[in-house]
Ligand binder design. Structure first.
Ligand code: HEM
Length: 196
């Protein structure tokens, strides 16, 4: 793993949820409510990819591996990709681009407000993910990309607010996100010096 580049493999793996959804639509295998199934799958994959992205730096710290850092950008971009599909499903298939209704939803349903905030915060990250932008923004790039520390908990909170009965899954994502962010606190990070 250290010598081989895992990115082509990750690229294919990240496309599998989309392939599964396309197959589900074409083969009519998404159940009684396909729109709900698409919303749920794209929302969950956004959150999983955000959490995986946050895991990369602690993995490097704990084990001294270099490869996790090289995967971060692709994980982030795929998170944005699935978040945008998730948003599009809501705007198009759920609300039929009824902007009045969407505006009311944004004001009245806190989970929609949080989801939209999380997506909006992902936009500048995706737009500045290229090496060129990294060079141009210099030290500001790193500061800007710290926004991802807000996006993941907002996404998990969005999930927590929308569930009606079983809180276990969103709570698990919220705790995972909180744990991964706490590992970045200077005091905690200093306890485990960088290896390699
Ligand atoms: C980073 C951004 C986001 C993340 C991580 C995220 C994540 C999720 C997750 C995990 C679910 C629940 C899936 C399940 O039930 O198994 C969900 C559902 C949903 N999300 Fe998002 N979401 C995001 C942004 C948005 C945005 C921008 C909108 C719309 C403005 C939105 C609207 C919805 C809706 C309507 C549902 C379904 C609610 C229901 O089942 O009643 N989300 N999202």
């Amino acid at each position: 793993m250290t010598r081989r580049d895992a990115r082509p493999l990750l690229f294919v793996v990240c496309l599998l949820p989309l392939a599964w959804l396309v197959y589900g639509v074409l083969a009519d295998r998404l159940g009684a409510n396909p729109i709900e199934a698409i919303t749920q799958a794209t929302g969950l994959w956004t959150l999983r990819l955000l959490v995986l992205g946050l895991l990369m730096t602690p993995l490097r710290r704990l084990f001294g591996w270099q490869w996790p850092l090289r995967l971060r950008r692709m994980l982030g971009l795929f998170a944005f990709f699935y978040a945008s599909l998730h948003l599009l499903t809501y705007l198009w298939l759920d609300q039929f681009f009824d902007w009045g209704e969407i505006g009311r939803d944004l004001l009245k349903r806190p989970f929609i407000t949080l989801g939209m905030t999380a997506w909006l915060l992902l936009v500048p990250l995706a737009m500045t993910s290229t090496r060129g932008m990294m060079r141009r923004l210099g030290r500001h790039w790193k500061a800007l990309h710290r926004l991802v520390y807000l996006v993941a908990p907002l996404g998990a909170l969005h999930f927590l607010l929308l569930v009606k009965a079983d809180w276990r899954e969103p709570l698990l994502y919220l705790l995972l996100t909180a744990g991964l962010l706490m590992l970045r606190l200077p005091r905690v990070a200093a306890r485990r010096p960088l290896r390699g």
